[in-house]
Design a protein around this ligand. Sequence first.
Ligand code: NAD
Length: 302
Amino acid sequence: MAAKLIKGTEIREQILEEITAEVAEIKEKHGVVPGLVTILVGENPASMSYVTLKIKTAHRVGFHEIQDSQSEDLSEDALLGLIDKYNKDETINGILVQLPLPKHVDEKKVLNAIDPDKDVDGFHPVNVGRLMIGGGELKFPPCTPAGIQEMIVRAGVETKGAEVVVVGRSNIVGKPIANMMLQKGVGANSTVTIVHTGTKDLASHCQRADILIVAAGVPGLVKPEWIKPGSCVIDVGVNRIGEKISEKTGKKIAILSGDVDFDAAKEIAGWITPVPGGVGPMTITMLMKNTLKSLKFKLGIA
Ligand code: NAD
C-alpha cells in the first residue's frame, strides 16, 4: 500500500486526551467544567445510540453532562421551553438537539432557538455566517468538517495553495468544509472547487485535486483513475452495503463502505482515510472540542 492511512480512531484518542487535560486545568484555575446537554425526543434507536455515545464521551473528558430524554409526543412549545431553560442555564455551554425530530415539530424553528453561543453543532444561521466570514469571527465550525480539517492538519498535509476538490454540497459537510478550506489560516488557504450532481465532468475536477474530500453518499463513486498520484483523499461517505455477523457480539452488523474505491485508491494516493475508522470517529470528538471552546469563550480564555 502506497498511501499513509489517516486513522480517525487514533486522532480521536489524541484529541480526547488533550481535551481531558485542558478541562482539568480549567477546573483547577476557574472552578468550572464545560457543560453539555443532549436533548432527545422519542426513541429512535439510532438517535438513542448516538446520544449515549455523546454523553459517554462527554463524561470521559470530564464534562458536566445531561441527557434530557423526552417522549415522542412532546409539543413544539414544550421543546422550545426546554431550549430556553438551557439557554439561560449558566452551567451549560453546549446544547445539542438530536435529529431527526418528530414530524409535528418544526426542526428549523427549534434549532434556530438555540443560543448561537451554545450552538456547538455550528448549524445556527449566526454560526454559518461566522464561518463564512472566518478569522476571529468563527466560533463553532460544524463537527464533521472540523474533524476533516483536523485530520488533514495532523497528517501533515500541506493545505496552503493546494487544489482542494469537495464532492458534495450539503449544508453539514460539503459547503462548510469548502468554506473552511478557503479561509486564510492554518489548515486552509487552499484553492477550492465544489462539485455536485450538476457538475458536467466530475473526473476532470477530481483528477487535479491535491486534497480530495468526498461526501456524496454514493458507494464507489470515485474511481481510482480520478485520483491524483500522491494526493490526500478524505472519504466522508458512510454507506451500508450489506450485513454480517459480528465476531465480538454474534449480532448482525452493517457492512460499511465509503464513496471511494479504497483498495485501488490506496495504491495511488499519498494519504487516505478508511471507512469505517476514518472521518466517522472525529464528529463526536469535535463536538467535545466545540463545547470546551464555548466555555473558554465565556471565560475569555479562548
Ligand atoms: P447529502 O445527501 O445531504 O449530500 C450529498 C451531496 O453529494 C449532494 O450535495 C449531492 O449533490 C452530491 N452528490 C450525490 N451524488 C452525487 C454524484 N453522483 N455526483 C456528484 N455529486 C453527488 O449527504 P451528506 O449529509 O453531506 O453526507 C454525505 C455522506 O457523508 C453520506 O454517506 C453520509 O452518511 C456521510 N457522513 C458521514 C459523517 C461522519 O462520518 N461523521 C457525517 C456526515 C455525513
